[in-house]
Every structure is written in structure tokens, then in C-alpha cells.
Design a binder for this molecule. Structure first.
Ligand SMILES: NC(=O)c1ccc[n+]([C@@H]2O[C@H](COP(=O)([O-])OP(=O)(O)OC[C@H]3O[C@@H](n4cnc5c(N)ncnc54)[C@H](O)[C@@H]3O)[C@@H](O)[C@H]2O)c1
Length: 387
């Protein structure tokens, strides 16, 4: 059994996602666990070099997580033939230029979503990557949430019968910054900096809907900027120019040929009174399920209580009591780490990996269609993507 090294150039790892999910919970955790196991029993040990603008900050981050290599010079790092993968979790707006640079340098690329703020740029990346023949991947982390994996198992088992509808509720209150500091970066609320909940969340909902319930065919979306002014990381008041809530309806073509209707509310301006920060309620002819990040509960046709509408009587049924938890059928690992391991196997031993730049571009396509729907106040079809 041999251990091989895989050199990975990691950009944007001082940020919230880059540091927590990609450096600490994925690459450092994989290294601590002895690397990624290949099908022949060999192992791959990621050897990252961290790239950042601020030398002191990036050096401290590298030291804190046992990473030997760091640099402020991305162009130079891209010339090192021993580092064959480039990863980016920095700003969305800079991503197409950075990925282009890395692809032109012959690197395999893996990155956070969205791959770009516009579909043209996302498709240009797909074409460039295909021409160069490099391997590519985009984070689709929600697919690896235990709650959604349980939900997918229910769909695959035929539990729902004919799928009817999906209702997604995503969101929580993001503080404005006066009473308490905001818990998300201020750029999220500025359109000119790549912010907006439609751009942030609809690229997630694209792969969730496509992979679990049916291909997205059309969208109707109403966005809103409910909170007009917020306070940034420096304590300065700024105008929120981006949408902070989106109320969207989608038509899906399910695998069995049926039309499924999905409605998803995404909001940074709502207070939570539900099972989790995101929940999906799925109804089918033979059963229903509600999934959160970790848990999933089902109610089958035969366990469905029979409510009768009568406003004169206080509701006698406890509607929360008739649901059964889906058991923890496996030990679920961090989803970002699981996808990293799959990407590393894809790079090293050509293992299948479907979450590529084209899948990422589909997310950006749905964002564009949703923004168009909002602007033009109408349903917008989502055509199959041609590269
Ligand atoms: N998969 C998910 O669930 C998920 C969740 C949140 C964010 N994201 C995505 O991850 C990316 C980063 O988001 P975040 O929340 O971590 O943001 P963040 O503001 O915490 O981090 C941004 C990173 O980009 C770097 N950066 C900013 N401006 C730069 C510049 N001009 N030059 C070079 N580097 C620069 C910062 O130093 C930092 O490392 C975004 O594309 C976002 O859409 C994905």
C-alpha cells in the first residue's frame, strides 16, 4: 500500500467557507485521517499551499492548521508543476478570472458556488475546461446533508408514490449590525459586490431539485430587499442594494414523467419556528416527508390522520405526533469533506464525479432565469444547457 502526494493550491481560505469548511473540516481533516483511500488500497495525501493577499494572516492560518506551505503569489504558485489542483473559495466575482488562469496553467479546478455571477462566464469556463481536458468540480454541499440524503433514499425507494409537490423553507434572521454584529459578510447585501440571496441560494436549489425530485423546467420568482440599510464589519452604515429574500416557484419534470411543483422561500429576514434552518416538505400520493439538515421524518398514507375543518373546536390532533424518523442508516461525515474526497479520487484514479462546471453553470442559469422572472414579473422557462 503506497501513499501518493497531491499538491493543491488553495485560494480564499481566510474566508468563512474557505477556512471552516474547506481547510479545517475537509483538507486538514483528510490529512489527519491519513489521506483519501483509493480503490486499489493506496492513499492520497493532500499537500496544500495556501494563497492569500495578507502574508501575516495566511502564514498564521497555515501554522494553525499544520500546513507547511503558503504564499501571496498566486501566479508563481500556478507555475509549480507539482501542484496539479487549484481550489477557489474567494469572492464569486473574481472566480471566473481565477479559474481561467488556473485552467490555462493546466490545473484541475475545484471551487465554491456560484461559479460566476453570469451564465456566459460560467459556460465559457465549461468550454475552456473541456478544451484543456482538465478535471473540474463545483461544491454542491447540500446533496451531502444527512437530511437530504435520507430524503433521496425515500424518493429512490418509491416511498412517495407519485410525487406532487415540494415546499422548501430556508432562512433565519441575519442581524442588521446595530443591536448585534451581523453573522454574515456585508458583501452578501451589496449587488455590486456579488451579493443577493437569489444568486447565493438558487444555485443550491438547482442541484437539490434536479438531483432529488426532477429537472427544473421553469421558474417564477419574486425577490425583495426587506432591510434597506445595514452596518458593515467596520461599523459603517451601508445601503443594502441586493435582495435579502426570494419567493420562488418551480416546475419540475420528475423521472417518472410527472410534473412536480416546488416552492422555496429563501430569506435572511425571517425568524425561525420550524425544525431547522432549512426544511423540505415533500408530498406524494403514498406518503410525505419533512427533512432538515440532519433529520428526516415520514408519514405514510396509512398513518395519515384525518383532520376535519371546524373553527369552533380547538384542534384535537397533535400534527407533530404522527411522523416517524428515518433512522441514522450510516455515519454521516461532513458533506464538504465527502465531496472533496470524491473529487480527489476523480483526479487521481478517474473515479466518476458528476458535480462539474456544467452542473455549476446550471445553478447560475437558474439564478439568471429567476432574476429575469422577478424583473419582468412572469414565468421563465429554463432550457437545457448547450455548451
Ligand atoms: N457552499 C456554501 O454553502 C457556501 C456558503 C457561503 C458562501 N459560499 C461561497 O463561498 C465564497 C466565499 O464566501 P464567504 O462567505 O466565505 O465570504 P468571506 O467574505 O468570508 O470570504 C471571502 C474570501 O475572499 C477573499 N477576498 C475578498 N476580496 C478579495 C480580493 N479582492 N482579492 C483576493 N481575495 C479576496 C477574502 O480574503 C476571503 O478569503 C462565495 O463565492 C460564496 O458564494 C458558499
Amino acid at each position: 500500500m503506497a501513499t501518493r502526494r497531491l499538491g493543491i493550491i488553495m485560494n480564499g481560505v481566510t474566508g468563512r467557507m474557505g477556512m471552516n469548511q474547506h481547510l479545517i473540516r475537509s483538507i486538514a481533516a483528510i490529512r489527519d485521517g491519513g489521506g483519501v483511500a483509493l480503490s486499489n488500497g493506496d492513499r492520497v495525501m493532500p499537500d496544500p499551499i495556501l494563497i492569500g493577499r495578507n502574508a501575516e494572516k495566511i502564514e498564521a492560518l497555515a501554522k494553525a492548521h499544520g500546513v507547511a506551505r503558503w504564499s501571496t503569489d498566486l501566479a508563481k504558485a500556478l507555475t509549480d508543476r507539482d501542484d496539479t489542483v487549484f481550489f477557489d473559495a474567494a469572492t464569486t466575482q473574481m472566480r471566473p478570472a481565477l479559474l481561467t488562469q488556473a485552467i490555462e496553467a493546466g490545473k484541475h479546478v475545484y471551487c465554491e458556488k456560484p461559479v460566476a455571477t453570469h451564465l456566459d462566464a460560467a459556460l465559457a469556463l465549461v468550454r475552456k475546461a473541456n478544451t484543456k481536458g482538465i478535471k473540474h468540480g463545483v461544491v454542491q454541499d447540500k446533496l451531502f446533508l444527512p437530511g437530504l440524503m435520507k430524503l433521496k433514499m425515500l424518493v429512490d425507494s418509491g416511498f412517495f408514490g407519485r410525487l406532487l409537490s415540494v415546499r422548501g423553507e430556508f432562512g433565519y434572521w441575519v442581524f442588521e449590525g446595530d443591536l448585534q454584529p451581523a453573522q454574515r459578510p456585508s458583501w452578501n447585501y451589496r449587488a455590486e459586490d456579488g451579493g443577493g440571496i437569489i444568486l447565493d441560494m438558487l444555485c443550491h436549489w438547482r442541484y437539490v431539485l434536479d438531483n432529488l425530485f426532477g429537472d427544473v423546467q421553469s421558474v417564477s420568482c419574486l425577490g425583495a430587499t426587506h432591510i434597506a440599510q445595514r452596518i458593515d464589519e467596520q461599523g459603517k452604515t451601508y445601503q443594502a442594494t441586493a435582495d435579502d429574500a426570494a419567493y420562488a416557484t418551480f416546475e419540475l419534470a420528475a423521472r417518472g414523467g410527472e410534473r412536480v411543483i416546488a416552492q422555496i422561500n429563501s430569506s435572511w429576514t425571517t425568524r425561525v419556528r420550524r425544525d431547522d434552518l432549512v426544511t423540505f416538505h415533500v408530498d406524494g400520493t403514498h406518503g410525505s416527508a419533512v427533512a432538515g439538515l440532519h433529520d428526516c421524518r415520514t408519514q405514510s398514507r396509512v398513518n395519515t390522520p384525518k383532520p376535519v375543518w371546524n373553527p369552533d373546536v380547538k384542534q384535537p390532533l397533535d400534527f407533530f405526533a404522527h411522523w416517524q424518523p428515518v433512522p441514522e442508516y450510516t455515519a454521516f461525515d461532513n458533506g464538504f469533506k465527502v465531496q472533496w474526497e470524491a473529487f480527489i479520487r476523480h483526479v487521481v484514479e478517474d473515479a466518476p464525479f458528476k458535480w462539474n462546471l456544467l452542473e455549476g453553470a446550471k445553478g447560475v442559469q437558474l439564478v439568471e432565469c429567476a432574476l429575469k422572472s422577478w424583473k419582468e414579473r412572469r414565468w421563465v422557462d429554463v432550457p437545457a444547457l448547450a455548451v
